[in-house]
Design a protein around this ligand. Structure first.
Ligand code: ADP
Ligand code: ZN
Ligand code: ZN
Length: 734
């Protein structure tokens, strides 16, 4: 670069503005000392911020005299890899979100601060072990080892995976250990509970086919949809694919939906691989997260297993991405940058030209539609591993049936039979608390939250009313707030109510309740092991119980309310309900015992329910896809939702109407605009929410439209006074 021509740094800075910022280079820095992705400290108004270098260039729209010099470059090597930078640029484009927010959220929190990276922040415990070369050196009689070196190798042969502390404790020299490591006789691994590495089982014929298909395609980008019922051996496929990729000296990223699923996945992985694994989830401390991040970046970790945010881990040699339970809605982030980890993972695989495997028993309609369009490749497992049989699913009509605390006599009978045979029973109800509403017997008044458009749920222990939307707590009223009547009746069913009823019906069968109230933090692990030990015979639970866990002795699953999702206002309600039903059903009959699933419903003739139960998920998907196509909904149309939030209705309306007017003006591509309409829950935690729904059969047209629209919105004075947000591919309409 010529010395005369001025050059500028274009930075992403942590501000909500959808733009980049230009600075002059820091003093004494030449352009060739700078690499994109480096963190740079700059003045910003009265503050000092850390930004990410996105571009070096020669033209700025800002006059030279107004530009300020950056303070300092924070590292000699960029923290964000070129690949993550590219992914970041794609995120900016696709989600139309503020670049600063995006690029900085690609970094662990400790690196977003105004500090240089201190290498002693690395936390992970290194352990020493003998390599195979080291092992053979011991046997070698003619080896050139000194006695001290030999002693250390022998000692390590006896004591696998020891920390440097233990080595020093045994009065062995760390210097010699380090030298032996350089010679390749000793290696370090990140500490894990040391376990015996198991040999993988022989694949079943169906698994063989799947394995061969994907294996032949491992060296390039492809999106593989692995469609396999619960227990069909999908995880085994992941494990064997990972083995192949690790053998090529590459790394693997595995995304799973819930933190609750991590411990058992982690132990399954640790039993299989001696290679270091790091786990990334929201429960990590900032230091732990940074350590995991750096381990992956420097290929100290071979496998990264984590929830949504693990998607943005940097790798030096990523070779495969796996998304387990890929249909799960927790892969979508619901605030700030509203990304869908499944979709972004596919983009990342594409940028890296590596394969990605999406696994599920109940893939989303988006995924299955992409298969139909041949954008994704499809492979399937239909039988359960081992001798396990699929449960039989039946509908139990509860119309005109006298229910006992929500349970039909036939379901209670069936429970009795399974319990008498010494098996466990699982009841699923996705509503916690005792009763989801409290009503006055005289005037039908219902207790509502003062801050939300929502009924209050009655909880016992302590007895109080709670809002499940804003978490506010109210004392239980002694009388009706409308007519002062004294008879208030708890209406409807929550998990606590079922738990109480069952204690009366089956006094000799202990039960356990698993929901957000009964389980906090590590308690889930304890509860699960309690169930495995057979200490509880009846399991009552919400969504929390539906995912991932294997309960080999559960032979009956009862779905207390099979209707809720099918009649919800959200067009994805039925899809979610079907996925949940099958997920819960999948808990039954996993061992040698065949399982049974009973779904209580008031609408046994509902065609979608019929299709699901009698013909299976794919028949259900086919019908639902037809409905979606007719209604111009995803996956046929692409959606974006603009939400505006405030305490007064009028300004929200005005703002969204202004947007709509701009939209009509720039609308060259036939984008449908619906709204402004109130959000399904208009008032939540004291805030009103209105929305404008944009839709188009062409994703690219919608993207272009959003780009143009946002440029105009940024100019609107009202946009600065109102809280508003854009959600591309919204999955939750409220
Ligand atoms: P999924 O991930 O589809 O639910 P898993 O991979 O967890 O299925 O397999 C279900 C059960 O079957 C597990 O206990 C697993 O160890 C076992 N399994 C899977 N594949 C095989 C195989 N080829 N041989 C023997 N057991 C297997
Ligand atoms: Zn009343
Ligand atoms: Zn509330």
């Amino acid at each position: 670069m010529s010395m005369q021509k001025p050059w500028f740094l274009r930075l992403a800075l942590p501000t909500p503005l959808r733009r980049y910022f230009d600075y002059l280079p820091p003093k004494n820095i030449e352009p060739d000392q700078l690499q994109l992705g480096m963190r740079i400290k700059v003045p910003f108004g009265k503050r000092t911020l850390v930004g990410i270098l996105i571009q070096l260039h020669h033209q700025s729209e800002i006059p030279l005299e107004k530009l300020k010099p950056a303070y300092q470059v924070l590292e000699s090597e960029p923290l964000l890899t070129p690949e993550l930078l590219k992914l970041g640029l794609w995120l900016v484009d696709y989600y139309h979100h503020a670049p600063g927010d995006i690029f900085l959220s690609l970094l662990p929190t400790l690196l977003r601060q105004v500090e240089e990276l201190k290498t002693n922040q690395r936390q992970s415990q290194q352990c020493y072990r003998l390599t195979q070369v080291g092992e053979s050196q011991i046997a070698e009689t003619s080896s050139s080892l000194t006695q001290k070196q030999r002693d250390i190798l022998l000692w390590l042969q006896q004591n696998a995976d020891v920390s440097s502390k233990a080595i020093q404790h045994a009065q062995l020299s760390m210097n010699i250990v380090k030298r032996l490591q350089k010679q390749g006789y000793i290696e370090t691994i990140t500490l894990q509970t040391s376990v015996v590495i198991e040999t993988p089982p022989t694949l079943m014929p169906e698994q063989e086919v799947v394995m061969k298909q994907i294996k032949d395609d491992l060296n390039k980008f492809a999106t593989w949809v692995l469609d396999g019922i619960t227990g069909s051996g999908k995880t085994e496929i992941y494990l064997q694919l990972i083995r192949l990729v690790l053998n090529e000296q590459k790394q693997v990223l595995v995304l799973i939906p819930e933190i609750g699923l991590t411990p058992q996945m982690v132990s399954r992985f640790q039993q299989r691989f001696k290679e270091p694994i790091v786990v990334i989830h929201s429960g990590l401390s900032p230091k732990e997260r940074l350590a995991a991040w750096l381990d992956a970046r420097h290929h100290k970790a071979c496998i990264v297993l984590g929830t949504r945010s693990a998607l943005f881990t940097p790798f030096s040699d990523l070779g495969l991405i796996i998304v387990d339970e890929a249909h799960d809605s927790s892969f979508k982030q619901q605030d700030h940058l509203r990304y869908h980890a499944r979709d972004v993972a596919i983009k990342r695989a594409q940028l890296l030209n590596i394969p990605i495997v999406l696994g599920s028993a109940t893939h989303s309609l988006e995924t299955l539609y992409a298969v139909k369009q041949r954008r994704f490749r499809y492979t399937r497992l239909t039988t359960r591993a081992g001798l396990a049989q699929l449960p039989s699913i039946s509908l139990l009509s509860i119309r005109d049936t006298r229910l006992h605390e929500g349970l039909a006599p036939k379901l209670i009978d069936a429970m009795g039979k399974h319990l008498a045979a010494g098996n466990q029973v699982l009841l699923f109800l996705n509503r916690r608390g005792f009763a989801p509403s409290l009503m006055c017997h005289q005037c039908a008044w219902i207790a509502h939250c003062k801050h939300c458009d929502a009924k209050l749920t009655l909880h016992l222990d302590p007895r109080q009313l709670r809002c499940h939307h804003c978490d506010r707590i109210y004392p239980e009223p002694k009388s009706c707030l409308s007519c002062h009547g004294r008879q208030l009746i708890p209406l409807g069913l929550g998990t606590v109510r079922i738990e109480q009823a069952l204690a009366d019906i089956f006094p000799h069968h202990p039960s356990i309740r698993i929901d957000r109230d009964s389980i906090r933090g590590k308690a889930l692990e304890t509860a699960i092991s309690h169930i495995h030990q057979g200490k509880a015979h009846i399991l009552i639970g919400t969504q929390m119980l539906a995912k991932g866990h294997h309960f080999p002795n559960v032979t009956l699953v009862g779905i207390v309310d099979g209707d809720s999702g099918f009649f919800s206002s959200d067009f994805r309600g039925a899809e979610r309900m079907a996925q949940t039903l099958l997920q819960v059903a999948g808990r039954a009959g996993r061992a040698q015992k065949p399982g049974e699933v009973i779904i209580q419903t008031r609408h046994p003739e509902h065609p979608l329910l019929q299709a699901l139960v009698n013909e299976g998920y794919h028949a259900f998907v086919k019908m639902t896809l037809t409905e979606r196509e007719q209604a111009a909904l995803p996956p046929f149309h692409s959606l974006a939702l603009i939400r505006a939030e405030g305490t007064q209705e009028a300004p929200l309306h005005d703002f969204l109407n202004q947007l709509k007017a701009i939209g009509i003006k720039i609308n060259r591509h036939a984008i449908d605009m619906l709204g402004p309409i109130p959000a399904p829950m208009t008032r939540k935690a004291g805030k009103l929410q209105f929305q404008l729904l944009l839709s188009s059969p062409k994703r690219s047209a919608l993207q272009q439209f959003l780009h143009d629209l946002l440029a105009e919105i940024e100019q609107l004075p009202s946009a600065k006074r109102i809280r508003w947000s854009l959600d591309v591919d919204p999955i939750d309409m409220c």
